[in-house]
Design a protein around this ligand. Sequence first.
Ligand code: KG4
Ligand code: ZN
Length: 339
Amino acid sequence: MKILGVETSCDETSAAVIDGNQVLANVISSQEIHNQFGGVVPELASRAHIRLIIPIVEKALEQADLTLDGIDGFAVTYGPGLVGALLVGLNFVKGLALATDKPFVGVNHMEGHIYGNILSQEQIQFPIVFLIVSGGHTQLVLMEDHLKYRIIGQTRDDAVGEAFDKGAKLLGLGYPGGPLIDRLAREGDDSYYRFPRAMLKDNPFDFSYSGLKTALLVFLQKLSEKEKEEHLKDICASYQKAAVEPLIIKTINAAKEFGARQVAIAGGVAANSLLRTWLKQACDENGFAFYLPEFAYCTDNAAMIARAGLEYLRRGQKSPLTLNAYPALKLAGKIGATQ
Ligand code: KG4
Ligand code: ZN
């Protein structure tokens, strides 16, 4: 089954063509315009998606050496995300489905991230605990089968990607902050300062990251400019360690608690080098299989959306043309995704 996938939930305009588990094209255009504002400006994102959607889809088809005739169905992100941005991709795909008389399915962006991992690792087994970590989400999800998600823990405030981005902003680095902190932290001393970790005793699988960002702010206020400059890499390493440690502890505990012998990560922060190596080590120590997504499928891309869509479409599940965009779409208890 050849699926054309489209992703426009935030600031990446992406189109991909997959044939089963094989990626024939995965074209991603990251909107540079937001860098000067230190974060995504929703209206500018929508406008850029409108400009880019046709050339990006055309490029994906060209790279896959196909025309729309060779496509069996379409998949598109319909939430969560920025409503104006989501609507561009969703309406475009509805138009394609209508014009070609082929099925389309709406995909939850977070399930897309999960299938970005499955795309890299076809041998995945269930039950599996997925740690989903992105700019907007930090969730522990138990999957007992394809397309079946149970949320066992999530952040109560900021997402871990947000902690990286806001931390980087406080440190005077650019946007997005995650990759920048990751790079600087590699040469830093992570024992330079101990930032707090919120472990939340009432639900041991929930997360909290707003305190970490505030702790960094307070800590930086006490440092001179010279100290900040001299110890930038040490601060990055200490901050990154405090952000990653709860993810490791809670993911391993969740796998133990729910009897899953498989662990996987997904989402933009899954590209973080400390998270990747530390969680791999913790899984090895506990005898769990660990599934790492390829770097290319960690941050937002349409191949992951197409791969999730394939699971619906191969079961004959498609969306109606009345499907709307849902900015706050939840992973479990999805609204109107399929008919
Ligand atoms: O999944 P994604 O591309 O978009 C969302 O759906 O949010 O994730 C983007 C997030 C940003 O917060 C970015 O800073 C973070 O992923 N990120 C990283 C790394 N690469 C991307 N965070 C830590 N270390 C990285 N290497
Ligand atoms: Zn994402």
